[in-house]
Design a protein around this ligand. Sequence first.
Ligand code: ATP
Ligand code: LTN
Length: 339
Amino acid sequence: MAAVNDSKPRVLSGIQPSGNLTIGNYLGALKQWVEVQHDYDCFYCVVDLHAITVPQDPAELRQRTRESAAMYIAAGIDPELSTIFVQSHVPAHSELAWMLTCMAPIGWLHRMTQFKDRTAKQTQESIGAGLLNYPSLMAADILLYHADLVPVGDDQNQHLEFTRDLAQRFNHLYGETFTLPTVMNPQAGARIMGLDNPTAKMSKSEASENHAVFLLDDLSRARKKIMRAVTDSHREICFSEEPERAGVNNLLTIYQAISGKSNAAIEAHFAGKGYGDLKRETADCVLSTLEPLQARYYELMNEAGYLDSVLRLGREKASAIADETLKLAQERMGFLAPS
Ligand code: ATP
Ligand code: LTN
């Protein structure tokens, strides 16, 4: 049985294998995951059960699940330090999700902005019930591991609030069972916007050509997308909350998230320069992140068996904890234990 580290506080997070990962996923999630590895006992899952809340091609889903896991490692997650696993490999996620679904008021679920956004243009007949219940599954992911901290982009904060509320409800009804998790957003990069439309969040499922830089984009193509990013007709390069300056603000945010410099230092650096300079230097930063990541990714995908062994061990470590929590929750809810 794999060893479980009980002495450090715990982290859990996940990304859906619903498309190719973007720099939004990297700056909002993966980069923080790497940073907390030494101080926390980290569990990072590829959330395939979440991905099927919208239709997925089976062969593509399988392939993207492996690719996502490889991308976690390429981005710097060390399988020796952190547990990497596939959500559907640990059935406790589905089982606890059902129990939590039964306790989740649909009023809470209907208030989720992600649900409202994703279903805005669809008819009731075409919306799968999984989209509504999605936050209960996410709560199960987090609560099964007694996670203290959940590093995510800020679009997930409402789901974290929901998780805390649901955990409190369970604890109140059945006795202290779950740890209440705390959300962790990066200081810079908690919400990267689309390069072609800086009023919408950059998303891996958005189809338009110049919307997102993908982590596996050819470097010259990634640079081109950034050079084509929407800006405005002002000249001054400064951070701004104004909607019409969202494009420049987004480029500055990407630059900041990678360089780690302060607002003042960045504004001083770009004083007197033009948007062309801002784009070029932001592209340089992005490419300096993508290049080593891509090299490691292709190396991993060519290393027969390695990824499978990481996922096998991950499943073992994750199951050990998740099964125990599930059993406790089942007991508390009044399920008859099998004899
Ligand atoms: P999809 O478009 O398929 O819904 P997505 O690109 O929004 O997906 P998720 O799998 O939903 O990605 O998100 C995984 C993680 O990446 C979450 O922590 C989320 O907050 C973060 N994330 C996604 N997009 C961004 C973004 N544009 N800026 C910052 N963080 C992001
Ligand atoms: N809902 C998240 C993905 C996700 C997740 C989680 C994140 C599923 N389960 C548990 C953190 C913890 C999203 O980014 N769309």
